[in-house]
Ligand binder design. Structure first.
Ligand code: PEP
Ligand code: MG
Length: 887
């Protein structure tokens, strides 16, 4: 088994083995782009190291062979005292985890070779500053020396020269700082800094392997759903230097704007600086365009390399590059992260440019991105004055309380507040605070700073480089240039699209995409985005076989669902139709003594229900409407037991005659259940309370006849909830069919209403064959099916122990949010197979929350369902995902 591969040996398909960075470096090497030579140690070696605590046998020899080859190519040996070859050691897993793992630069410097480097480069300052960087990174990464100790070692030199960064020190002072850093290293670890370059290299590689398991890397993976067992590859590359004066520098570039998708060259450049300085956001950068006047040759070469990459990868790429004394080097590339809006616009641009097909465009976007584009944004007409301006780093409209560190952000968030994290810059230690916040504001750094990259990845609003704001994290406050003070907890509004910061709350309006769905008109200024979304969605509609229906209970919701593209109503819940002033009628029905009183109550409810359904049928002219008969435990329509007991007791004490309340109390007591969700509800009500289901069925049939008489096409479907056995279904079906026959005779219209059942009790899935013989359709109620399969109370667990389960990695995601394929999914597959075998005409859908979950829709398509049903706002998401599932 081999573990080490020269860049020239790999290619971009080998991400599992070489990590994203290693695979792309190999690809660029094959494309003859200017990549410094080097080699990659495979993820398999890291996995073995993590499992056994040691690198695999033979790895060190293999590294030795590749190192010798690198030395031959470079004509220098690692750490040679007179003319040292230096290398960088970088992490790089299969999936990009920006800034989460470690990098060590300048390996090969020691007390002797630093002089060689100084002599060869003719630059003492450069040589000693490189050594200083190596010592600092080695201490932090290999030995995990706390940063305070390292800063304390540098502090005397800062004080003496009155500077705040090491680069500003003269060479002799940096040399003394190096001595101090070596002192800290020896004291902290009990061993001196290793002078043997090969030992430095081996320790650095092991430290990078270990950095896979740091808490911040683990948290990041959990956030991004990256598996924990992949491990990282390590690239070892000949160093090139951006910190060798004004003709050197380092930068990050994108082939298109990762925030809007606009075509062009975007990025940041920092003169006389080394790799991490840009990403760390510690110095304010130039826009990339400035490079054109600084170094036109390198600029032209960079543009040509970027265009090669974009055509080769057929997608937006970003690169990290370094210019050393006028010579361009590309250190890394990848298919770049982008905002949801940019994902859509770039995908359609690439179609227009002939680089990809519409099918591919569909795979370049996803439902969760579309969902984010449907969030509201700030009202353009508001009059809140702008407090400060910065770089529009990640779009969105975020209003929240200011927090000045990660701990405060988590505390405010756990007290239920929306939080804006305000920092000078962020580093990976701020991750928990970023997770807890809805928006991030930094005062330094550009579009490629840590804050910007991470926020975009998480879909959070971010404005960075707000340099007119002075942040004092210790005093927990920020001061704007006009003297306005922001204290912890004060409300801020962040416009991530325009890069603006407001004090207080800016009113929010719907997203342009939603406005377009609602009105069919393209809102001003949103043409590119709306057209891109529309085009991709239309293609999804053409491709998909899965229909998309809506969960809607009112004519307004039904109409909106249609505007969003619904092809029917998959779930109309009827319980809310018994609330409000109608509650009294339900109370009378429940308390009725004798059939006459009962009929009177039913007679008063009937016309109300008929009107409810008629409105929905009108809105859904021509499309199926699935109405679910009443589902919740009946006592939900009666007063609360405790409250009523108190009221009755008070009445009695006051000597008031309390005949009504006493009777009511008796009924409430009779109906009280300890476990109402497992009690008298759903189909059980229909069997126990005579006339209830018949009333609803009559209302449906009469409404259908009425609307059909108006000339519209009505397709009613009646759905029975909580069925667990064939016998229940047979019992209820007989009653419903009788009502339908009566109404057909009375109105002269037989509307052939279909009768089906929900599959939301595990037993129903297990007995799907026999049940399918008495049902025209199935609709999976995956909310209850999840609750009952896992024995998780859907009303309680998310607030009680799910956070712990998610933390502990028992779930990657709540099974109420994304379908549990192993358990609940298996019941779905079983019920589909046995249901269809027993009744080939059976129509099957899903109407639980999972029907609108982007990560579950592919599963339902693969399981052979006919439709998913979800809330109106998720319909476009479901259309898109159903299309993606068909490609
Ligand atoms: C379900 O259980 O999935 C369902 C759609 O019904 P409800 O959420 O109303 O219980
Ligand atoms: Mg249910």
């Amino acid at each position: 088994d081999r573990y080490v591969f020269d860049f020239a040996e790999g290619n971009k398909e080998l991400k599992d083995l070489l990590g994203g960075k290693g695979a792309n470096l190999a690809e660029m090497t094959r494309l003859a782009l200017p990549v410094p030579p080097g080699f990659t140690i495979a993820t398999t070696a890291c996995r073995e190291y993590l499992a056994t605590g040691d690198v695999p046998a033979g790895l060190d020899d293999e590294i030795g062979e590749h190192l010798s080859r690198l030395e031959r190519v470079m004509g220098r040996t690692l750490g040679d005292p007179d003319d040292p070859l230096l290398v960088s050691v970088r992490s790089g897993g299969k999936f990009s985890m920006p800034g989460m793992m470690e990098t060590i630069l300048d390996i090969g410097l020691n007390d002797r070779s630093v002089h060689g480097l100084a002599k060869r480069s003719g630059d003492d300052h450069f040589a000693w500053d490189s050594y200083r960087r190596l010592l600092q990174m080695y201490a932090r990464t290999v030995l995990e020396v706390p940063d305070e100790l390292l800063q304390a070692a540098l502090a005397p030199q800062y004080a003496e020269w009155d500077v705040t960064t090491p680069e500003e020190l003269p060479a002799a002072a940096i040399e003394r700082a190096c001595g101090a850093l070596q002192g800290v290293i020896a004291e902290y670890s009990g061993c001196p800094f290793p002078q043997d370059p090969r030992e430095q290299l081996d320790l650095a590689i092991r430290a990078v392997f270990r950095s896979w398991s740091t808490p911040r890397a683990t948290l990041y993976r959990r956030q991004e759903h990256i598996p924990d067992d992949l491990g990282t590859a390590v690239t070892v590359m000949a160093m090139v230097f951006g910190n060798r004066g004004a003709d050197s520098g380092t930068g990050v570039a994108f082939t298109r704007d990762p925030a809007s998708g606009a075509v062009g060259v975007y990025g940041d450049y920092l003169q006389d600086a080394q790799g991490e300085d840009v990403v760390a956001g510690v110095r304010n950068t130039f826009p990339l365009a400035a490079l054109e006047s600084i170094d036109p040759d390198s600029y032209a070469r960079l543009l040509s390399a970027m265009s090669t990459l974009e055509r080769h990868y057929r997608d937006l790429c970003d690169v990290e590059f370094t210019i050393e004394r006028g010579r361009l080097w590309i250190l890394q590339t990848r298919v770049g992260k982008r905002t949801p809006a940019a994902a859509f616009t770039i995908a359609t641009q690439l179609v227009d440019e002939g680089l990809i097909t519409l099918d591919e465009a569909l795979l370049r976007v996803n439902g969760s991105q579309l969902g984010k584009l449907m969030f509201p944004r700030f009202d353009r007409g508001h009059d809140v004055p702008v407090l400060a301006r910065g770089v529009a780093a990640s779009p969105g409209a975020a209003v929240g309380a200011a927090a000045f560190d990660s701990v405060a952000a988590q505390r405010l968030a756990s007290s239920g507040q929306r939080v804006i994290l305000v920092r000078r810059e962020t580093n990976p230690d701020d991750l928990p605070g970023m997770v807890a916040s809805i928006g991030i504001l930094t005062t330094r750094g550009g579009k490629t700073s840590h804050a910007a990259v991470v926020a975009r990845g998480m879909g959070k609003t971010c404005v960075c480089g707000v340099d007119t704001l002075q942040v004092d994290p210790l005093a927990r406050r920020a001061v704007a240039s006009d003297g306005t003070v922001i204290e912890e907890g004060d409300l801020l509004s962040l416009d991530g699209l325009a890069g603006l910061v407001y004090r207080g709350e800016v009113p929010v309006v719907p997203s342009p995409v939603v406005e377009y769905f609602e009105s069919g008109a393209v809102p001003e200024g949103a043409d590119d985005l709306v057209h891109a979304v529309d085009r991709v969605l239309r293609h999804a509609d053409k491709r998909r076989s899965l229909e998309v229906h809506a969960n809607a209970d009112t004519p307004d919701d039904a109409a909106r669902a249609r505007r969003f593209g619904a092809e029917g109503i998959g779930l109309c819940r009827t319980e809310h139709m018994f609330l409000g002033e109608r509650r009294a009628l339900v109370e009378q029905l429940i308390l009725a003594e004798g059939p006459a009183a009962q009929q009177a109550a039913l007679d008063r409810l009937l016309p109300l229900q008929r009107d409810d359904f008629a409105g929905i049928f009108r809105a859904m002219d021509g499309q199926p409407v699935t109405i679910r008969l009443i589902d919740p435990p009946l006592h939900e329509f009666l007063p609360d037991l405790t409250e009523l007991s108190v009221r009755t007791a008070l009445d009695e004490a006051a000597g008031r005659v309390a005949k009504e309340t006493t009777r009511l109390l008796g009924a409430v007591r009779r109906m009280h259940e300890n476990n109402p969700m497992l009690g008298l509800r759903g189909v059980r009500l229909g069997i126990v309370i005579p006339g209830l289901f018949a009333l609803q069925t009559r209302a449906i049939a009469e409404a259908a006849a009425l609307v059909a008489a108006e000339g519209l096409t009505v397709r009613p479907e009646i759905m029975v909830p909580l069925v667990a056995s064939e016998q229940e279904m047979t019992f209820v079906r007989r009653e419903l069919e009788q009502v339908l026959t009566e109404v057909a005779a009375e109105t002269g219209r037989d509307l052939a209403a279909r009768i089906g059942t929900m599959i939301e009790v595990p037993r129903a899935a297990l007995d799907a064959g026999p049940i399918a013989r008495t049902a025209d359709f199935f609709s999976f109620g995956t909310n209850d099916l999840t609750q009952l399969t896992w024995a998780f109370s859907r009303d309680d667990v998310e607030a009680s122990f799910f956070p712990r389960y998610l933390d502990a990695g028992v779930f990657a995601v709540s099974p109420f949010e994304s379908i549990d394929r192993i358990g609940v999914g298996r019941l779905v597959e079983l019920a589909v197979a046995e249901g269809r075998a027993a009744n080939p005409d059976l129509v099957i859908g899903v109407c639980g929350e999972h029907g609108g979950d982007p990560d579950s829709i592919g599963f339902f398509a693969a399981a052979g369902l006919d439709y998913v049903s979800c809330s109106p706002f998720r319909i476009p998401v479901a259309r898109l995902e159903a299309g993606r599932a068909a490609v």
